[in-house]
Write a protein that binds this ligand. Structure first.
Ligand code: WTA
Length: 657
């Protein structure tokens, strides 16, 4: 990191271990770990009874008959929205603020649990009235909004699995998801507003639906965010506010089996198209609630703020479901951290008196840069004294960013929780506990009780501490992925690979444990998945997008470490025509970038595109990615290139001029 550190006077060991959290001490943590080790099933059954409200209690705990297609609490019946809303009405939270919403332009509104409940019930009734029933899939393509939570909870209420698509994805990506999941309805907005700019949503939905294969979609519900002009298809399209208005404000929940799919969320893998990660109702919700308590130590007076988008798993678990399941007050923010200036987060923490703040390392790193450049947007210029817990997620956090966060945002008194988890795990897996786990910058420390994490070699044998390997989870846990939507083989082969013996969940990350403490440090993906600003992107997806461009003969995509964004996308391209030179290099590169933006979405646009006459390949025709990664980093090519069929092209790629 080239960021200038102002000081380092907050070593991690000075952050007080207060012992005031839900789990009070290392002894209490170890006791829970021991309880789970003694009887894994009984441990999870106890939590499921304590933390969830069941319509019909479960009698089965874990069913591993058809492993790795594990089932948890299958004969139990419940409803996720009942657990997140109705429960709060009877427990004294009816008039408590559920959501403080701040729009891009700074307008603040709030909604109580009672009001949220009625909004969810009205939309749930409206969806039912439009024929959406248990098991039908609903695609949600919304900006950050109260309506986003209402939409997700309304689907949960009627047992219709939702599939949220991040608002930054293109019509093509949206279409791919609508058809793959087989949606019958879509909930969107007219437009979205981010950083002072208005961007379309409804017209993108129309574009996606015009691509074909979407006849099952009978309803498009539109939240009026801006009032901008949008195309309209009578009979199919309906305003959210009009639908809500026409419906009663209570709605009998659909009681479903704990194994009923709550949602499908698409994420990138190393091969093929994005995969629909399918989560369950009971097991998933259990972990969302429990980790709100264990990791975030949520208390009645807390103001919780998770800055993730509802289009990602973090927004599912730690905005839509976790905070509501435990009756918390949370902040939801429509905009971006740099608008109107890079002090927005700190200003919002100050104004809303946020006590628990959860964000991504990328955001922290970019705000460090801004704060260094301008004292006015430095966290030190705001009153952040209400904060008591800080968290990060999405990518490894480098120790210098960790330390800055602890010192300048946390004032040296807040634990920084580096939470490791994935779309597939549903909730936190490896994380410090606040006020309990001695912290080490850059380490996610220890697995949560009940999570049997280990590091193994390529044959599945555990490696000694101090030796790197791949991270696996040995025992099933309730909030785990159930399958890849419509592709069970991809689930089994990808997550329980035969090479590791077929009984270990493979996370896809490299990791190492400290020889003294046993702490885990995640070293990054071991597959062809990039992590750009905490967003998962498969190199293959970007390659296919580029290859689909009529100008392109061949493309290879690799990641290059990036100081701010974690990784940057670098594309190596061979055109069908001549290799561009001079001013054409930039022109063609811009054209290709725009193409990728259209194919996938702006987040997938390569930061850099380099051109050559041919792709460097081995004699057997494999692209030498290892070499391309070095070239992308600007490293001198010291590696052996004797196996490369056409070493001359490496120089072309290495010297983009
Ligand atoms: C990475 C996000 C290091 C990791 C919840 C993982 C992390 C992928 C951390 C999942 C962390 C997430 N330290 N790496 N604390 N948290 N990752 O599915 O590579 O969007 O496999 O879920 O992000 O990304 P996903």
């Amino acid at each position: 990191m080239s960021t200038i550190e102002t000081s380092h006077h907050v070593p991690a060991q000075d952050i007080p271990l207060t012992g005031r959290a839900v789990i009070k001490s290392m002894e209490a943590y170890r006791a829970l770990v021991e309880e789970a080790a003694q009887d894994h099933e009984a441990f999870w059954a106890r939590l499921a009874r304590e933390h969830l409200s069941w319509r019909r209690p479960f009698t089965q705990i874990l069913d591993d008959q058809n492993a790795p297609f594990y089932k948890w609490f299958e004969d139990g019946e419940l409803n996720a929205s009942y657990n997140c809303l109705d429960r709060n009405l009877t427990s004294g939270n009816a008039n408590k603020t559920a959501i403080i919403f701040e729009s891009d332009d700074g307008r603040v509104s709030s909604v109580t649990y009672q009001a949220l409940y009625h909004r969810v019930c009205r939309l749930a009734n409206a969806l039912r009235a439009r024929g959406v029933k248990k098991g039908d899939r609903v695609v949600i393509y919304l900006p950050m909004s109260v309506e986003g939570v209402v939409a997700m909870q309304a689907c949960a209420r009627i047992g219709a699995p939702h599939c949220v698509v991040f608002g930054g994805f293109s019509a093509k990506s949206l279409h791919e998801r609508i058809t793959n999941v087989g949606a019958v309805a879509i909930i969107t907005a007219d437009e979205q507003v981010r950083g002072g700019k208005t961007l379309p949503l409804k017209s993108i939905v129309d574009e996606a639906l015009a691509m074909g294969g979407t006849d099952a979609v009978k309803t498009v519900v539109i939240y009026r965010r801006t009032g901008g002009r949008i195309p309209w298809i009578g009979g199919r399209d309906a305003w959210l506010h009009e639908l809500e208005h026409a419906q009663p404000d209570t709605c009998e929940p659909e009681w479903v089996s704990a194994e009923h799919p709550l949602f499908v969320l698409y994420t990138s893998g190393s091969t093929g198209a994005p995969k629909g990660v399918q989560h369950s109702t009971g097991g998933y919700l259990l972990w969302a609630a429990v980790t709100m308590k264990w990791t975030f130590d949520i208390k009645p007076d807390d103001v919780f703020w998770c800055t993730a988008d509802i289009g990602w798993i973090t927004g599912h678990t730690y905005i839509c479901y976790g905070p509501t399941a435990v009756g918390a007050t949370q902040v939801i923010f429509e905009g971006v951290p740099t608008y109107p200036n890079a002090g927005r987060f700190w200003d919002m923490i100050q104004r809303h008196k946020v006590t628990i703040f959860y964000t991504a390392p990328t955001a922290i790193r970019s705000l460090i840069k801004s704060a260094d450049a301008d004292r006015a947007v430095h966290p030190g210029s705001y009153d952040l004294s209400t904060l008591r817990i800080l968290g990060t997620v999405g990518e490894p956090i480098n120790p210098s960013a960790w330390t800055w966060y602890a010192e300048h945002v946390g004032g040296g008194k807040c634990p920084v929780l580096d939470t490791f988890w994935q779309t597939e795990t549903g909730g936190h897996m490896i994380t410090p506990l606040p006020g309990v786990t001695p912290l080490v910058p850059g380490s996610c420390t220890l697995p949560l009780p009940g999570i049997d994490a280990a590091i193994v070699d390529e044959t599945g044998q555990e490696v000694p501490n101090g030796h790197g390997g791949v991270l696996v989870i040995r025992k099933p846990w309730p909030s785990m992925i159930r399958t890849v939507w419509g592709n069970p083989e991809r689930f089994r082969k990808g997550y329980y690979p035969d090479e590791l013996g077929g009984n270990l969940y493979l996370a896809g990350d490299g990791a190492i444990r400290d020889p003294d403490t046993g702490y885990f440090t995640i070293t990054g993906r071991v597959d062809d998945v990039l992590n750009v600003s905490g967003h998962r992107m498969g190199t293959m997806e970007i390659e296919s997008a580029l290859a689909a461009c009529p100008l392109v003969a061949e493309a290879a995509v690799v990641g290059r470490p990036d100081e701010t964004f974690g990784e940057a996308i670098v594309a190596f391209v061979v055109l069908k025509g001549e290799r561009p030179s001079g001013a054409d290099v930039k022109r063609v590169a811009d054209e290709l970038r725009a193409w990728v933006g259209k194919e996938i979405g702006p987040i997938a646009k390569p930061k850099e595109i380099r051109f050559g006459d041919a792709m460097p390949k081995t004699r057997s025709g494999k692209v030498v990615r290892r070499l391309l990664r070095s070239v992308a980093k600007g490293e001198p090519i010291s590696q052996d290139t004797s196996t490369v069929e056409n070493p001359a092209v490496i120089a072309q790629f290495a010297d983009p001029a």
